[in-house]
Design a protein around this ligand. Structure first.
Ligand SMILES: Nc1ncnc2c1ncn2[C@@H]1O[C@H](COP(=O)(O)OP(=O)(O)O)[C@@H](O)[C@H]1O
Ligand SMILES: O=C(OP(=O)(O)O)[C@H](O)COP(=O)(O)O
Length: 397
């Protein structure tokens, strides 16, 4: 990776730094319910501010598709940011034009401002040249700290990097370094754990992974499609039967690449998907026709633990079961805690990402023990799929 970082910047007194951050945070009304993404960009903001820059933050919120939608305003996020940063954050009700320019003109060295949702302008998502020029006119340099939006080729994530001297922020840098250490230059053996609900949205990911990792544990709803492709009867389980050929192709590709695929050997099944529903553990060969698989069973958990013990690097996306509902969180929690224990002992590097995956690790109480937990969902998956991320490519240029 060859991009500039904040290390390449000296005193920034009098200079306006346009900083793309991801403030697409969960909200309940005007209240931010999870500040993780805000907290992750604080180091970059503080460092630039301490170097004397006039820090101008650019971000999107939701998908307003080019229209001004008050419910997708970043104003409440500016308040939360002020609180987390411990310094005032000024706010402009537009990200280009006179409102933005006059706010920025009034900034002193070290001040921080946030501009309104970039997606209130259609030019943002179109990566329109005139819109990117209007943004670029507001700054002297550009810092991208929004890895989780780097899979979008938008004006504020891609266009700006081509118009101003461009640098990776600290979170962007940390995300890229963690991902590279997990897959580009990993300590082997590398284990991937992929679970969750849909095979169809993660096919590219699996096809890339089997070529790069030594072991692949498939769990969650995803495993059912693979089991069905092997002729196992999965009853009423979530299963994409039409993807049986794809599943077989992935298993063949894994064999050719020397990647061991580990599927569940037993499963926790229930007739209802609700808390406290009666459940039992059965061999995968004996799933009742009227039941659904909601977690992998105890023998499968032992297999996953053994693979974690055999690995030096673990990359994880997708829970092993329907972890939101007890007791179907058992396998996910057990595997997460085991991986955390080995990480704490210094014998495993653990990298995880994906919205539900992070929620599952928090549920298991081990998110802080993993080597790196990405704040990105879509961008993390695209990176694992081996796709180039436009926001990152633009920084490299
Ligand atoms: N066996 C299963 N049956 C039904 N849903 C499952 C099963 N295993 C996992 N899930 C569901 O998968 C969802 C998470 O999958 P996914 O969105 O792919 O993860 P991520 O957001 O981390 O990429 C969770 O809501 C979980 O309940
Ligand atoms: O929250 C985001 O996506 P993610 O939940 O897939 O990480 C990013 O801010 C990107 O948003 P987008 O998918 O509307 O482009």
């Amino acid at each position: 990776m060859t991009f500039k970082t904040l290390d390449d910047l000296g005193n920034l007194s009098g200079r306006r730094a346009l900083v793309r951050v991801d403030l697409n945070v969960p909200m309940d009304g005007n209240r931010v319910t999870d500040t993780t993404r805000i907290d992750r960009v604080l180091p970059t903001i503080r460092e630039l501010s301490d170097k004397g820059a006039r820090v101008v933050l650019l971000a999107h919120f939701g998908r307003p598709k080019g229209a001004v939608m008050p419910e997708m305003s970043l104003a409440p996020v500016a308040a939360a940011l002020t609180e987390r940063l411990g310094r005032p954050v000024a706010f402009a009700a537009d990200c280009i034009g006179d409102l933005a320019a006059s706010l920025i003109d009034g900034l002193k060295d070290g001040d921080v401002a946030l501009l309104e949702n970039t997606r209130f302008h259609a030019g943002e998502e179109k990566n329109d040249g005139a819109f990117a020029d209007a943004l670029a006119a507001l700054g002297d340099l550009y810092v991208n700290d929004a890895f989780s939006a780097a899979h979008r080729a938008h004006a504020s994530t891609e266009g700006l990097a081509r118009r101003l001297p461009a640098y990776a922020g600290r979170t962007m840098q940390a995300e890229l370094e963690a991902l590279a250490s997990a897959l580009t230059t990993p300590v082997r053996p590398v284990l991937a754990v992929v679970g969750g609900a849909k095979v169809s949205s993660k096919i590219d990911l699996l096809e890339n992974l089997v070529k790069k990792v030594d072991m692949l544990v498939i769990g969650g709803g995803m495993a059912n499609t693979f089991l069905a492709a092997k002729g196992v009867s999965v009853g009423k389980s979530l299963c994409e039967h039409d993807l049986a050929d794809t599943a077989r192709r992935i298993m063949d590709a894994a064999t050719a690449a020397g990647c061991e695929i580990v599927l569940p050997v037993d499963a926790v099944v229930a007739r209802e998907f609700k808390a406290g529903a009666a459940s039992e553990t059965v061999s995968v060969d004996a799933v009742p026709a009227d039941a659904m698989i909601l977690d992998v069973g105890a023998a499968s958990i032992d297999n996953v633990r053994a693979k974690i013990d055999a690995a030096a690097t673990l990359v994880w996306n997708g829970p092993l079961g329907a972890f939101e509902i007890e007791p179907f969180d058992t396998a996910t929690v057990a595997a997460a805690r085991h991986a955390a224990e080995r990480t704490r002992a210094g014998s495993l590097t653990t990298v995880a990402g994906g919205g539900d995956t992070v929620a599952a690790l928090n549920h298991a109480g081990v998110a802080d023990d993993f080597s790196y937990v990405s704040t990105a969902g879509g961008a993390f998956l695209e990176w694992l799929e081996g796709k180039a991320l436009p926001g990152v490519v633009a920084l490299e240029n």
